[in-house]
Write a protein that binds this ligand. Structure first.
Ligand SMILES: [Zn+2]
Length: 445
């Protein structure tokens, strides 16, 4: 290409991106839940300029700029883009992990993980914490989304799980720790590669010295630590070393958290200087298992096909033709009645719950998981819908350290906004079909 043409094209590109940036959108008429928890704003107006929100008001007090693209949100609830604080983009509902981990590593970076992130976005999930994946692929997919090269939820990635010992065949995305110094070394490697946080599991099998080294090194590198709360000693030790968030209600089919753990949790939540104690109970996959088993029509919803080649779709379908036979869910019906008790214990102890789903586990698709978690909290457990929405918007952004950029609908923040027909506070399950998705000012749906 000759020089002159190149420079003309360059100027043209600059002009186009400038035009894009200055583009004004006005969302007019809907009921706005801004994410801070107060009563929704009726007849709201949200003005977006480029990637950012510039004005939030009502139709009586907010003039609509003449050059704005007006998008009517009449009859809709407008709310911040949802966060899912526990997803696994490297898996997508297949029931056999051993087979998946052997078969799909070559497709993870270019197909599987981008497809998961895209499905999340189309479900109204504009940000997600991706808890466990191969390092280079996790970073590459996150960065490609951030650069706008591929569509997807903004990802905050942990890279490989940090644990006592990787299970055979999973060394690519599970790193074992053999000594305190080895633990520090591995955390430094993750930090250098640019992960956003650390995911810790099986830490009841590490030595205390190893566990302390891992958490300390993570904090030194300004990385928060997310830890499994599956087994009692994962919780006890996690609290002892100051992990920043627990995952899963855990404790298998045991009816409740034992008294000593509750005492430790309350000791922790009593310390305001440490900030809230966060927890993602990830209940919907377990709570809804029997329903899905008995009503498998749900699995035929093709929203989870987005971005996947036919061969992979068929492969996943074949692995879940008998939901009643999956070993993953053997104990689930016995665990199910304990979930609400455990959630209540955590809430009563002052823990801040966040929405996370374990999306990607057998039969749990990224296109469907998140709204189901909100639905179980609100409609099955009686949790206040505004609490549930804040657990999927405001609190996650605060946890991730980006509350001044996203998480609420506030002037100056990125326009990560969704809208859905009807009253979400009255009917939370409306979130299963989000009508509009805007991420960083760009409309995706
Ligand atoms: Zn998980």
């Amino acid at each position: 290409m000759n020089k002159k043409l190149t420079s003309v094209l360059f100027i043209l590109t600059c002009f186009l991106s400038l035009a894009q940036e200055n583009q004004l959108k006005a969302l007019v008429g809907g009921t706005l839940i801004d994410g801070f928890g107060s009563d929704p704003i009726k007849n709201s107006v949200v003005i977006i300029e480029g990637e950012k929100i510039i004005t939030v008001g009502t139709i009586t007090d907010t003039p609509i700029p003449a050059n704005a693209e007006v998008i009517s949100t009449e009859g809709m609830t407008v709310l911040p883009g949802l966060w899912d604080m526990h997803v696994h983009t490297m898996i997508n509902g297949h029931s056999d992990y051993e087979y998946w981990d052997k078969t799909y590593p070559p497709l993870l970076e270019d197909v599987i993980m981008p497809s998961s992130a895209h499905q999340l976005l189309m479900a109204g999930v504009t940000s997600a914490r991706d808890l466990g994946g191969p390092l280079e692929e996790s970073i590459a997919v996150r960065d490609a989304i951030n650069k706008g090269e591929i569509p997807g939820a903004t990802l905050y990635v942990s890279g490989p799980f940090i644990q006592h010992q990787p299970y055979p065949g999973t060394e690519d995305f599970r790193w074992g720790v053999t000594s305190p110094e080895d633990g520090r070394e591995k955390i430094r490697k993750l930090a250098k590669a640019g992960v956003d946080l650390v995911k810790l599991i099986d830490h009841d099998q590490m030595t205390m010295a190893e566990l302390k080294a891992v958490v300390d090194e993570a904090h030194k590198n300004k990385l928060k630590v997310v830890a499994h709360g599956h087994r009692p000693n994962e919780i006890r030790r996690g609290l002892q070393v100051g992990v920043d968030c627990f995952e899963h209600t855990g404790l298998s089919s045991a009816p409740e958290y034992p008294a000593d753990i509750m005492e430790l949790i309350k000791e922790r939540t009593a310390q305001m200087n440490l900030g809230p104690l966060f927890w993602c109970p990830t209940v919907e996959g377990l709570y809804n298992y029997e329903y899905v088993r008995d009503h498998p029509e749900k699995l035929d919803n093709d929203s989870w096909h987005l971005g996947l080649p036919d061969s992979v779709i068929v492969d996943i379908k074949n692995s879940i033709t008998h939901p009643d036979r999956l070993p993953y869910f053997q104990l689930t019906p016995i665990r199910k009645p304990t979930l609400q008790t455990k959630i209540k214990q955590l809430m009563d102890a002052g823990v801040v719950l966040m929405i996370g789903t374990d999306s990607g586990i057998p039969m749990k698709f990224h296109s469907q998981s998140t709204w189901n978690e909100l639905d179980v909290w609100v409609n099955e457990f009686g949790i206040d819908p505004m609490y549930a929405i804040r657990a999927a918007t405001y609190w996650p952004s605060l946890w991730m350290g980006v509350a001044d950029e996203v998480g609420t609908i506030t002037p100056g923040k990125y326009a990560d906004i969704i809208a859905v027909d009807g009253d979400v506070l009255r009917y939370i399950s409306l979130l299963q079909d989000v009508d509009m998705v805007i991420k960083h000012g760009k409309r995706y749906k």
